[in-house]
Design a protein around this ligand. Structure first.
Ligand code: URA
Length: 246
């Protein structure tokens, strides 16, 4: 990989561009035996070893894909009987894994990557990265859904949901479509939440993770690479922190 030092370090999982710039300027990064304080300096990583304090950094160019998951495939890398999201991908992407899970019938934004640190940061409980879903319901949206979801629903299995946000697609009284934003991902969570409210989710599609929106030009089953700005934004919203060796 040839590129700016801050980009190389950010791609290696050390943090956002802003975080790694700070790290570089603080004098903790060495290229070979020389401290480099210039984030914009370019390097060819095939010929240069880079160190954080005295620890060699494993330079890896991670892959980040945005897939518009169709219904009917599972969010796993392999399965004995069912098709998985990786079955939709060309051979060179078979080593990626999905960040979190969507139910087999849920569609929409799924990120595939080989960056284990970011995956952990986005999926670990308590990370509070907000995910937004578009949903359709069997019965009309009730006025009090938003308030009840903001207060934190108590599911029938005794689980108390973290406060979320929810709003109908339009103000018409027969509207049965809307959006929900939640920062956790328990099994069947959105479906269970609306079941608790006395309704039933008939269609569910994830449209946003953090600030990254599903690219609506992607048809179900299509994918594209995340832009640098989207990767950066995911790292920021997941609170990716720098490893501290001091
Ligand atoms: N909530 C659900 O019920 N299903 C999903 O796939 C994602 C969130």
């Amino acid at each position: 990989m040839i590129g700016r030092l801050d980009k190389i370090l950010s791609a290696a999982g050390l943090g956002t561009r802003k975080e790694v710039k700070r790290l570089i300027r603080s004098g903790r990064i060495k290229t070979g035996t020389v401290i480099c304080r210039s984030p914009e300096q370019k390097f060819d990583t095939s010929g240069t070893e880079i160190f954080l304090d005295s620890a060699k950094i494993d330079i890896k160019d991670f892959t980040y894909i945005m897939l518009n998951k169709p219904g009917g495939v599972i969010s796993a890398t392999r399965d004995k009987t069912k098709s998985t999201v990786l079955d939709l991908m060309p051979e060179k992407y078979k080593g990626l894994f999905p960040v979190g899970r969507l139910d087999i019938d849920t569609q929409g934004l799924l990120i595939l990557t080989d960056d284990g640190i970011l995956t952990h940061r986005l999926t670990a409980p308590g990370k509070n990265v907000e995910k937004i879903y578009y949903l359709e319901l069997e019965n009309p949206w009730e006025k009090d859904y938003g308030t009840k979801i903001e207060e934190g629903l108590l599911l029938s299995d005794g689980y108390k949901c973290l406060p979320g946000r929810a709003w109908p697609e339009n103000p018409e009284p027969d509207c049965n479509k809307g959006f929900i934003a939640i920062s956790e991902g328990k099994f069947h969570q959105v479906k269970k939440m609306f079941f608790t409210l006395g309704n039933y989710v008939t269609f569910l599609k994830r449209v946003q993770i953090g600030n990254v929106k599903l690219d609506e030009t992607l048809s179900p089953g299509e994918f594209r690479h995340l832009t640098d700005a989207e990767v950066e934004s995911l790292k920021k919203s997941s609170g990716l922190l720098l490893p501290c060796t001091k």
